[in-house]
Write a protein that binds this ligand. Structure first.
Ligand code: SF4
Length: 362
């Protein structure tokens, strides 16, 4: 059977899939696409949710196809759709730093070619329910001891070099929990970007909240970051306050001030923002905000909200595939009009596109 071609995977990414065996190829806990499996379709790799409520009831079902656990077959209800490849364990996961930390605790492979890390695995907002982002699982992987609290610049440089050499990683995402201090984590991200770039030529996206001064954004660029993500997550103030009461104190206007400066420094299209659809913003709210962002040269990376285990939103419904399709169609024509494309982005989530079907609508 040929490998499956999936044209517009709106449904699969929103609903997830049931996995029919105990040994799921799953990443659990942490920031980013957790409770998902990376699956390679013939045209691209997708991060498919496997543990959400919707995934348990999903019409999609996946089963291993061979004894090596490298190929799987995907069904929608009783219809056999085709094969997907389960990426093998990256070779760099078998290495350990000189001070005894396994590389897989320092950075993870996302999709099939992205190295991803959360530099600071703590956040000033996380421990307190009145400030934490309700969708966030940043503390989970620390609890499960599958990561370390703070990644040192030299550790990241060592892992990045190995991931490029052994696993042909093509770009890197560095995110961070927000620490105390008005740089909002930029200082540590800049130190890490500099250390990585001194060891290996790997395009890097740094992700953070808007810092208090735009000079921090300039510093991040000067330190070697190629693109930057500052994530709105939700777009209307009432939803922001409900879902992420702490982060909502940073106003949308502050985000736009930081976006404008970042576009000057990094260039049009090298600045992006993550928007989670399904948290309460209407389709029109998301499309309108995307237009405002695109006009400024900021790429709106729209992702379906996936409820994660052990978070306050674990029982919150995911958006439907139909809703995602309408949003993607609206946003893709805006992207075209403003000549923004994932192909031009040097590094980061929008370039990767495994968590969203927007790329396939572009
Ligand atoms: S889109 Fe971002 S978070 Fe999702 S797999 Fe790619 S790099 Fe990771």
């Amino acid at each position: 059977m040929t490998q499956m071609l999936i044209k517009a995977p709106d449904d699969l990414l929103a609903l997830g899939a049931q996995w029919q065996s105990r040994d799921k190829p799953l990443r659990k806990g942490g920031a980013g696409p957790t409770d998902h499996a990376a699956l390679k379709f013939s045209d691209h790799t997708l991060m498919v949710p496997l543990l959400s409520k919707e995934a348990n009831d999903s019409p999609y079902r996946i089963e291993y196809y061979d004894d090596d656990r490298r190929q799987a077959v995907i069904f929608k209800e009783e219809q056999r759709l085709g094969n997907v490849i389960v990426p093998s364990r990256p070779k760099f996961y078998d290495l350990t730093t000189a001070d005894g930390v396994p590389y897989w605790k320092i950075a993870a492979l996302h999709s099939h070619n992205v190295l991803a890390t959360t530099v600071l695995q703590n956040c000033i907002r996380y421990e307190n329910k009145s400030t934490s982002c309700q969708f966030c699982a940043i503390g989970e992987s620390l609890k499960q001891k599958t990561t370390i609290a703070r990644k040192k610049p030299e550790q990241l440089a060592e892992v990045a070099e190995a991931a490029v050499r052994l696993d042909q990683v093509e770009h890197m995402v560095m995110t961070t929990g927000t620490p105390k201090g008005d740089d909002r984590g930029v200082k540590v991200l800049a130190e890490c970007a500099q250390a990585i770039k001194s060891k290996v030529n790997l395009p890097i996206q740094a992700q953070c909240e808007p810092p208090s001064s735009n000079d921090w954004i300039t510093l991040l660029h000067e330190s070697g970051a190629d693109s930057i993500g500052m994530h709105l997550e939700a777009v209307t103030q009432s939803v922001r306050e409900k879902i992420m009461p702490g982060k909502a104190q940073v106003t949308v206007d502050q985000y736009f001030d930081a976006f404008r400066h970042a576009v000057k420094v990094f260039g049009r299209g090298q600045v992006s923002t993550y928007i989670l659809a399904g948290l309460g913003d209407t389709e029109q709210d998301i499309v309108n905000m995307s237009e405002k962002l695109a006009k400024e040269g900021v790429y709106p990376f729209i992702v379906p909200f996936v409820p994660l285990q052990n978070t306050p939103l674990a029982q919150h419904p995911a958006p439907s595939g139909e809703m995602m399709k309408r949003i993607y169609q609206g946003v893709s024509s805006i992207l075209k009009q403003h000549q923004l494309s994932t192909d031009d982005i040097k590094a980061g989530c929008a370039k990767c596109g495994a968590c969203s079907a927007l790329k396939s609508h572009e």
